[in-house]
Write a new protein. Structure first.
Length: 256
């Protein structure tokens, strides 16, 4: 990761974008995020974490870095999973607000200001939700994915311990900086279920978790494989539950 001229202490926000073989997509979406950051008055940093890509993802980021001192890159030596990539970025952040969003920008960029405002006004964790009444899904997922999402939400409620969080896997989550470090230093799930582990741990540790209705557009180029990844999800859900049962996450800090 390069060092740049902007003083990190003067920045408020770090946006982490995990990326695996996203060279083409980042060519379209990086300019949009960088343009938003240029208009953000309190200063921001865009940190792309290359999850061991085999295409030109890293080159796509490095090509823009000379012109954009707010842009940084972390490169993982091998593909480790979205959770591992997000964790690397979150732990590298030093700003007061830190969060992650997907490279496809499915969640409308205008919600970045909403997320920062929520953290500044008392939220420790702010999660985007496509399931809230005020949310708008501009382009819906195919029917088979919507059915899968409903099944997953029930698994999250029954096994994951998040009965009041109807959309724990929306790829738009922001944290108060110290809270992000506390949570992500304690998590172990490297793939899709990392969101649920982080959210359940946040509630276990008594943090103020709020949900934000979002405008969301489905990207048909999903990296989720319903057969292999669903089995991994069930396995990781069981692992999370077991770790809570045996006390691996420590005692609850206050009633939640």
């Amino acid at each position: 990761m390069r060092r740049h001229a902007i003083e990190m202490a003067s920045m408020l926000l770090t946006i982490v974008v995990p990326a695996f073989n996203e060279a083409e997509r980042l060519g379209r979406t990086l300019p949009r995020v960088l343009a938003w950051l240029e208009m953000f008055p309190e200063g921001g940093r865009l940190l792309v974490v290359d999850d061991g890509s085999t295409d030109a993802t890293g080159d796509a980021v490095r090509a823009r870095m000379p012109a954009h001192p707010s842009l940084d890159l972390i490169t993982l030596s091998r593909q480790s999973g979205k959770g591992a990539a997000v964790r690397a970025g979150m732990l590298a952040a030093t700003t007061g607000v830190v969060g992650f969003m997907d490279a496809d920008l499915s969640t409308d960029l205008r919600h970045l200001a909403d997320a920062v405002s929520a953290i500044q006004n008392g939220a420790d964790v702010l999660i985007g939700s496509r399931a809230l009444h005020q949310s708008e899904v501009v382009v819906r997922q195919p029917a088979y994915r919507r059915v899968g999402a409903r099944i997953f939400r029930e698994l999250a409620r029954q096994v994951g311990g998040l009965p009041d969080t109807p959309d724990p896997q929306c790829g738009f989550k922001f944290f108060r900086g110290p809270v992000a470090h506390d949570l992500f230093t304690s998590t172990v799930i490297d793939r899709w279920m990392f969101d649920l582990e982080v959210l359940r741990l946040a509630r276990h540790r008594g943090y103020n978790v709020r949900q934000l209705p979002v405008d969301w557009t489905n990207d048909p180029d999903s990296r989720l494989r319903l057969t292999v990844d669903t089995l991994r999800m069930v396995r990781d859900l069981a692992r999370i539950r077991w770790r809570f049962v045996v006390g691996r996450y420590g005692p609850s800090r206050r009633p939640v």
